[in-house]
Ligand binder design. Structure first.
Ligand code: BT5
Length: 275
């Protein structure tokens, strides 16, 4: 497998621009060798009026962000750190659905290289029970609704197990360790943006109900025993799937059904494929 120097080439943004010419997502691409966070750059561009579909890509992030103040490990050249500006004409309360649309798009893209990738609610993608991708969807609100949404996506592509920071060794994975060969980062970014564009269009024209069956087909959650942390409240129960609005449906131990709009999920018996 190609290692070190062969992999330390900058992202070929011209090739991505050529692949996305005439498309909605990715028709404008900004590239940085290093930045703090592609989400922060995209946020500023969106505030300055950048069009929907504008993409920011970096080869490394110094302050890659996860959800809830967590960080995203973003070493140079190996992986994909990408943010897309979206301007969806949806109500504020519908915004969590977009995070699920983004997750489904990432999982569909990864499945082109690794068909057994699965989604973990709301939008982690797992391989062999380890996280290969995460997404951070941030929105800016104005008085009459959503001004814009930044869909920030991190995918571990060409990072090898022995290059992962110690604290991630047991829980993160690079797609290359499944394929056994280096992933072409431009081809991956193009596939990801094409999947996102297609699902986003479906979502805007037909609502989340049209996405839900695809999301559930990509996830391996239904029927599993979960623990869910919802901003300090903790629930335990069996996943029943998603509601039509994207909320997670949980059958609690006392028989009641609880729906959860945002939170962190732990699969109690592990998340290995086929379980
Ligand atoms: C996420 O947060 O999974 C969202 C990650 C979004 C990153 C992208 S990169 C482009 C854009 N710009 C940004 O600044 N962010 C976005 P969360 O569910 O909170 O998961 C974070 C947790 O995942 C961390 O606390 C670690 O345990 C773990 N983690 C950190 N880096 C990782 C990596 N590279 N691969 C797998 N797991 C990682």
């Amino acid at each position: 497998m190609a290692r070190a120097t062969e992999l330390e080439l900058p992202f070929d943004v011209e090739a991505l621009r050529a692949a996305r010419a005439g498309k909605r997502l990715g028709r404008f691409c900004h590239y940085f060798e290093t930045t703090d966070s592609t989400n922060s750059v995209a946020q500023q561009l969106a505030r300055d009026g950048a069009a929907e579909g504008t993409v920011v890509i970096a080869d490394a992030q110094t302050k890659g962000r996860g959800r809830l103040g967590r960080s995203w490990s973003s070493p140079p050249f190996r992986n994909l750190y990408l943010s897309v500006i979206l301007r969806p004409p949806i109500a504020l309360g519908e915004a969590p659905q977009l995070a699920l649309v983004v997750g489904a798009a990432i999982a569909e893209a990864i499945r082109e290289w690794a068909p057994h990738a699965t989604l973990k609610w709301p939008n982690d993608v797992l391989l062999e029970g380890k996280k290969v991708s995460g997404a951070l969807t941030e929105l800016e609100v104005v008085s009459d609704g959503i001004a814009f949404v930044i869909a920030g996506i991190g995918v571990n592509l060409n990072i090898h197990d022995d290059e992962l920071p110690d604290e991630l060794r047991d829980k993160a994975i690079g797609l290359c360790s499944i394929t056994g060969a280096a992933i072409d980062r431009v081809a991956f970014a193009d596939t990801l943006l094409a999947r996102l564009e297609s699902l986003y269009d479906t979502y805007l024209s037909s609502g989340f109900a049209a996405i839900r069956p695809r999301w559930e087909q990509l996830s391996a959650l239904t029927g599993r025993r979960l623990q869910v942390d919802d901003c300090g409240r903790r629930y335990a129960g069996i996943a029943l799937g998603l509601a039509d609005d994207g909320a997670l449906r949980l059958r609690l131990d006392d028989g009641r059904e609880q729906t959860i709009v945002a939170g962190d999920v732990t699969v109690v018996d592990g998340y290995a494929p086929g379980r």
